[in-house]
Design a protein around this ligand. Structure first.
Ligand SMILES: Nc1nc2c(ncn2[C@@H]2O[C@H](COP(=O)(O)OP(=O)(O)O)[C@@H](O)[C@H]2O)c(=O)[nH]1
Ligand SMILES: [Mg+2]
Length: 288
């Protein structure tokens, strides 16, 4: 869907009296998502991006929306600095009745500058191809070995990644330096190229929309009207080469103790887009 179309849809969804009903409708739709390939039990999403971009918060926010309460599905690092996530972990989601949902999101260690510890690019490629098993501990000194107990030598379509999500912080995207060869952006681009070669669809989730624009911070409904957000989305497009119709601005839960319908709808719209692209990918495999 183009950006203008998404803005229209979002404005309709955000009409106050209908907010809660609309939210429930999308939740039901995604809970019973019809996966296009009979061999795929759950759509597999891989999130990657710089440390502190909000990857773990995004996963926990999605888990919270479906559980109807705050959930810590992935460990969020409140301090800034080195990466908190060191294990390859596929988060499963449950609804209020504890039914398992038809998608998983894999969280990985952040991508830092070359000098600092980070997940080696080769490991991310291994994850895309389905070679990494849950529990694999990232080792900044080198990538997974074939003898490793967490190496999957024969991945099926059920193990491979069906959509790659680059998580970028909307408030800091302009400050990211892309001059040097080994910058975060360079690493992100390398992984994107590999995903393209594997025909895996790619999406950007732009977090921190509340920090990127004061108007949006006051009223989340301004997100698709805000010039600042549009600017940041264009910066993401220029930096990574993903066009704005594949970029979803969101605000994660970070300090709230109760859920908010407006935050939920925005997160659900992003997830719906991601799952649709992931499903297109598995459908293509079926056609092949
Ligand atoms: N204001 C704001 N803070 C956020 C948002 N997403 C994450 N954070 C905060 O940013 C910090 C880093 O988030 P985290 O999810 O650990 O990032 P990760 O390293 O990419 O997994 C944490 O303090 C979060 O609470 C957001 O959308 N808005
Ligand atoms: Mg994390």
């Amino acid at each position: 869907m183009c950006c203008a179309g998404r803005r229209e849809l979002f404005c309709q969804l955000m009409v106050n009296p209908k907010l809660c009903r609309n939210k429930k409708k999308i939740i039901e739709e995604l809970k019973h998502f019809d996966i296009a390939h009979p061999e795929v039990q759950q759509l597999r999403i891989l999130v990657h991006g710089p440390v502190g971009a909000g990857k773990s918060s995004f996963i926990s926010s999605i888990a919270s929306v479906f559980r109807g309460r705050m959930v810590q599905a992935a460990l969020v690092d409140a301090g800034s600095g080195t990466s908190f996530t060191t294990k390859f972990k596929s988060v499963k989601f449950k609804d209020k009745e504890r039914n398992v949902l038809p998608f998983v999101i894999s969280d990985i260690m952040g991508l830092e500058d070359a000098e600092v510890a980070g997940a080696p690019t080769d490991d991310l490629v291994m994850a895309l191809e389905g070679h990494l098993k849950d529990g694999y501990l990232f080792n900044p000194a080198g990538s997974v070995q074939k003898e490793d107990q967490f190496y999957n030598s024969c991945p099926t379509l059920n193990d491979t990644v069906h959509c790659l999500v680059s998580v970028l912080p909307g408030d800091k995207i302009g400050m990211m330096n892309d001059d040097q060869v080994h910058t975060v952006i360079q690493k992100l681009r390398e992984i994107r190229l590999k995903a393209s070669a594997l025909t895996i669809p790619q999406v950007i989730v732009m977090t921190m929309a509340d920090k990127a624009c004061p108007e949006v911070n006051k009223d989340l409904r301004m997100i698709y009207r805000s010039k600042k957000i549009k600017e940041k989305m264009l910066e993401c497009q220029n930096k990574l080469g993903v066009t704005t119709n594949y970029i979803y601005p969101v605000k994660n839960y970070h300090e709230e103790t109760e859920l908010r319908d407006d935050v939920d709808i925005l997160l659900l719209s992003a997830l719906k887009g991601i799952l649709n692209f992931a499903n297109d990918h598995v459908e293509e495999k079926l056609d092949d």
